[in-house]
Design a protein around this ligand. Sequence first.
Ligand code: ZN
Length: 534
Amino acid sequence: MALLVVNGFSNSLPTPHTTEPVYDLVIINGRVVDGTGNPWFRASVAVKDGRIARVGHVEPSQAKQVIDARGQIVAPGFIDVHTHVESIYKQPDAENFVRMGVTSLVTGNCGSSATDIKEFLGRIREQPLAVNLATLIAHGSVRSKVMGQGDRTPTPAELQQMEALVEQGMKDGAVGLSTGLIYVPGMYAKTDEIVALARVAARYDGLYATHMRNEGTEVVEAIRESLQIGEQARLPVEISHFKISARKLWGKSDVTLSLVREARKRGLVVTVDQYAYTASSTSLDIRLPDWVLAGGREEGKKRLAVKETRERAVREMKEGLKRTGFKDYDYAVVASYAPNPSFNGKSIKAITKEVKGKSDLDSQIAQILEMYEAGGAGMVYHGMSEDDIKEIMREPFTMIASDSGVRRFNEGMPHPRGYGNNARVLGRYVRELRLLPLEDAVRKMTSLPAQTFNLRDRGLLLEGFAADIVIFDETSVNDRATFEQPHQYPVGISFVLVNGVTVLEDGRMTSARPGVALRRQSMNLALVSHRAQG
Ligand SMILES: [Zn+2]
């Protein structure tokens, strides 16, 4: 257990020969894992004015506050590059992230973001957050704003409007463009449309982050499309929540990773991120054919009201299921279903049995369509293999990211990754399975995300860098959240500092909100300001 000592308060008698503290805080006696991936070393980490002022020998008396991290790891705060926290201003403490050791979030993923980036990031001044916040500008949101939810190609004028919105978003500080090509309306965009918008992001040193068109039976084609977009628009590609979600392709992660490796050999910057679970979490809607969903739920309901089109939808769903290699919807578990919360935590198969008294495939599909018509549901899909998770995690260009939103404690049955992801990697995959060294896992949570998303002064314990710091016990850190009981915080993480301010203190949340907006740093601007200073 780390101890916090406040100099001057721990002893009521003034000590005559102490000098005036020069640092705000110093962390002593810890093992420093600095984010580079290098082996740990022993040093004190001193903080002043929100920055790391010294990594090396520091006398405790030189600081106003001392944290004794004896027996613990001192690392850069984790950067979670794949989140969905558009609603974070309603839960500014972001406790589920802080308790995982996360100090910076990148949101706007999977094609869905604020469209007014200036307003979204600027709000942090009036409504401060516990963590730092960056965002992507999302294709789906931009497309909806310009041309609604329809299944059609944009006119030249509409494409121009979309380009202008992306450009404005990049100017206002977005770190890149995101797509969600399995969702309405992203699924209606052809590759050219995305290349056009990615070119705009490229002009501003942004990257292209994508929830690909397919993560199952057509994952190879989907990766090829992502790489093509990067090559044509000339910008780095980040493939979100890299996975293989078709049972038929389990074990093929080496093939999909090879596509990325080869692209990197050709000179394209490609990285991926991953959460450390064999289940994914998304909507129920994505189980339906694309053409049913076009134009939104009301349109979809009209289509399903016609006998022939409903039959066609059922037929295509059966074919789709067969292609993936699953025999029914037992792998699909409801996370949140507003019309009947008693469904939460149960599989479609179990719910069908409960509601209809039978659970043949036709009845399961009928149940899915009824739930779609009643407003849809949040789902957890148990569709991946542990071997693929490991294969992907070992890859040097893989980052650790949660794909989570800000959680409300005890609300719904969300995917446990939002409570446990980083701790699970450190506990299960590093300590228990020895899949990768601690230092490499930390690199995947810190300097690699910072490098990829161009967050220039984060992700390393380096003098001059922002003092985002996590302290944890490598011998006990672990996740506790499960699919059955997701609302459980991890153990073993004791202190979290954001910009030099303690937000988690010996396992307790402080109410500090020192987070800042992390805006895209233009290389050109950085050069100019360097010259100006020099
Ligand atoms: Zn996604």
